[in-house]
Design a protein around this ligand. Sequence first.
Ligand code: NYM
Length: 209
Amino acid sequence: MRGAFIVVEGLDRSGKTTQVANLQAKLESSGTPVKLFKFPDRTTAIGQMIDSYLRSQSELDDQAIHLLFSANRWELATSIESLLEQGTTVVCDRYAFSGVAFSAAKGLPLEWCRAPDSGLPAPDLTIFFDISPEAARARGGYGEERYEKEQLQRRVRELFDVLASEFDDERWVTVDAGRSKEEVAGEVWKYAAALVGKVSPQVDKLWVP
Ligand code: NYM
């Protein structure tokens, strides 16, 4: 049985990273082999260019940074696919949905943004962490990196809604991330536990008609 591919998406400061670590620990203790990915993966050569851009240490055209974010996923796509085929569950902190939502929020056309990620391994389930931009700001930390501005986050949230509307309830679920860590963890676990061991043998391709 192949591994499940679970993506966690959401606005900045929605608590994704904490919950992804928690989910990894729970899967491991339930005996499910699991590997965590995080995009952008700032450790690769491409990832270092992205990191420098996000920390405003370099400037890039919107199109150029968009393509680097996508290339950063493609450079790990084969590893993700092989892990899934070997039976390892892959949990991913952000994926192509962040890629499209953040770049389209800056004004690039949505379909242009989607094209470079078309054909990546498709998640079996995307768990979207929904939080109002006001609540995210109240958690602290906004403003340290590019994109951490309330108006942009509002537009990103609308664009995530557009992307979500293309998936059925089996493939995309929304979690209210404004609640306590324990409540959110409980709901994430409910979705993950229902999926692991029940995925179809084939890994689908994202955004391929
Ligand atoms: N981001 C993330 C993008 O703009 N495009 C992408 O493809 C991805 C994966 O990078 N504000 C943005 C969203 C975040 C920022 O992410 C860094 P994180 O999870 O804070 O490291």
